[in-house]
Design a protein around this ligand. Structure first.
Ligand SMILES: C[S@@+](CC[C@H](N)C(=O)[O-])C[C@H]1O[C@@H](n2cnc3c(N)ncnc32)[C@H](O)[C@@H]1O
Length: 350
């Protein structure tokens, strides 16, 4: 089966999205191309993202919106966190993928795999290979707001998976979903791995996904489950997570001519049991005013005040499925480790 058998037509995709572009680099791999949304999130930021940043830096509870965490350096550090010893999440996810990739592949409806928030996608080779074997074809579409890491990962996959076609979807989750559903009517398997769902406030992305896809389309989601808070806090206290947190402030410096002083803040990790939510913060070591020159913005910090740089929700599977079923996503298989720390759940749109 080749790309046109899957109903994909590059000209159609171009025509449908006049502001978007498909790039096939001469230096890149011949089986990898890039679809790039006309999206300020990948080259600068959209006005509403800037508005949120203003509110987030000047409100009572300060935080850095997630979209500002994944510049090139933030994404590269994020990719290193996966290898940190205390970071059980990636270890558990790899174990589950290794153990069950053939079981999952057997349940999949399609050789078209769209991975939302893929990063480098480096954990997925076994699963993608099994999907390719199951369907005698593979069309892999990683999506990320950070194009660099995604594109580098895609080139590695192209070498590892002869015959696979790969199209990187550079843009937001929502833009990637819309583009793919408009480009082809064949069934699709989406994936949201790396516990990315834990960084989203609620299930509105899943509601959006369900509103766009067809009955029978699937999504494989990785959930980090509720467990002893000390284990969770340790996972987010390694030096890579600390660098990722500090980089959240430094990325604002780089993007907006800011003057956050890394030595005037210290890293803090907190677990909120009532919310089942871990949070990483930077705590101000003194009273200070930070300026983001390019936005004409001043953020006032009292000594001891914190700014949240990320949060990670933890889940109870029965609660998850009660919520997803209410929005038309039905679990068809779930895979957990012996300790019940982590889960991969395959859902189908009903
Ligand atoms: C927790 S990391 C997971 C990366 C990878 N899937 C893994 O398993 O290691 C979240 C990824 O989602 C991407 N991301 C965050 N917000 C996004 C958005 N709104 N649209 C698309 N990608 C996004 C980040 O750039 C990052 O690569």
């Amino acid at each position: 089966m080749n790309a046109s058998d899957l109903g994909f037509n590059a000209e159609k995709m171009k025509a449908m999205s006049t502001n978007n572009t498909i790039i096939a680099s001469d230096e890149g791999h011949p089986r990898v191309d890039v679809w790039r949304a006309s999206n300020e999130a990948t080259a600068g930021y959209a006005p509403e993202q800037i508005d949120e940043l203003r509110q987030a830096l000047t409100g009572v509870t300060k935080y850095v919106p997630a979209v500002f965490l994944y510049d090139d350096l933030g994404s590269a550090i994020g990719d290193e966190i996966v290898d940190a010893k205390s970071y059980y999440l990636a270890r558990k996810e790899c174990e589950l993928l290794d153990r069950h990739n053939e079981d999952i592949a057997r349940l999949t409806v399609s050789p078209l795999v769209v991975e939302l928030g893929s990063g480098s996608g480096k954990k997925n080779a076994g699963l993608l290979r099994s999907v390719q074997q199951q369907h005698s074809a593979l069309y892999y579409m990683p999506n990320d707001i950070n194009e660099k890491l995604m594109y580098e990962g895609a080139q590695v996959f192209a070498d590892m998976l002869p015959g696979a076609r790969i199209r990187c979807l550079a843009g937001t989750f929502e833009q990637a979903i819309q583009e793919v559903v408009h480009a082809t009517e064949i069934p699709k398997l989406f994936m949201l791995l790396g516990s990315t769902i834990s960084q989203l406030d609620d299930f509105s992305l899943l509601r959006f996904w369900r509103s766009q896809v067809s009955k029978g389309d699937q999504i494989l989601i990785a959930f980090d489950l509720v467990k002893d808070p000390e284990i969770v806090k340790a996972a987010y206290s390694n030096s890579e997570t600390q660098r990722h947190s500090a980089n959240a402030l430094m990325s604002l410096n780089r993007s907006f001519a800011g003057d956050f002083d890394p030595n005037a803040f210290e890293f803090v990790v907190r677990y909120h049991s009532e919310l089942s939510r871990n949070e990483t913060h930077q705590r101000s070591l003194k009273d200070q005013v930070v300026r983001l020159e390019a936005l004409g913005l001043e953020a006032h910090f009292a000594k001891g005040e914190t700014i949240r740089t990320a949060y990670q929700r933890k889940f109870v599977l029965d609660d998850v499925t009660a919520q997803t079923e209410a929005i038309g996503l039905f679990p068809i298989a779930r895979f957990t480790d012996e300790q019940d720390w982590y889960a991969l759940v395959l859902f189908e749109a009903g």
